[in-house]
Design a protein around this ligand. Structure first.
Ligand code: RB5
Length: 146
């Protein structure tokens, strides 16, 4: 399984922790940057990650900024993206089970390394439940034409 990950300067350190964790588990990770504390714009990195997801190159994406807020808002502007800002393993599992999120967002300044790894693992272990949730996801995606 391939996973894309991108971050701004507020999230690049946590990004490194997540990459190490995923690679140790045997997953291939596409690191889309940034890799330094120099200031960048999170919208650019949301776009890079969304492109990998929409091109079908990866199973899902992970984005990280200081709070996870700006980069998730930016990702959700792109047609086809369902980006969920997750703060716990429970919300991460539900983001997959109910919302079929294709990107998860984390806050590098608001979420500990340990919690972030639990969030990533919970998302990866969960399955989309379909059924009534599929109808709701379809309605979300229909809003893209508004
Ligand atoms: C960058 O300083 C910061 O605004 C960004 O990482 C993020 O927290 C925005 O939502």
């Amino acid at each position: 399984m391939k996973i894309a990950i991108a971050a701004d300067h507020g999230g690049f350190e946590l990004k490194g922790v997540i990459i190490k964790h995923l690679e140790e588990k045997g997953f291939e990770v596409i690191n889309l940057g940034t890799d330094t504390p120099d200031s960048v714009d999170y919208s650019d990195f949301a776009e890079k990650c969304a492109s990998e997801v929409l091109d079908g190159n990866v199973a899902f994406g992970i984005v990280v900024c200081g709070t996870g807020i700006g980069i998730s808002i930016a990702a959700n502007k792109i047609n086809g993206i369902r980006c969920a800002l997750c703060h716990s393993p429970e919300t991460a599992a539900l983001a997959k089970q109910h919302n079929n999120a294709n990107i998860i967002s984390l806050g590098g300044r608001t979420t500990s390394d340990e919690m972030a790894l639990k969030i990533v693992d919970a998302f990866m272990e969960a399955e989309f439940e379909g059924g009534r949730h599929q109808r709701r996801v379809d309605k979300i995606m229909a809003l893209e034409t508004k």
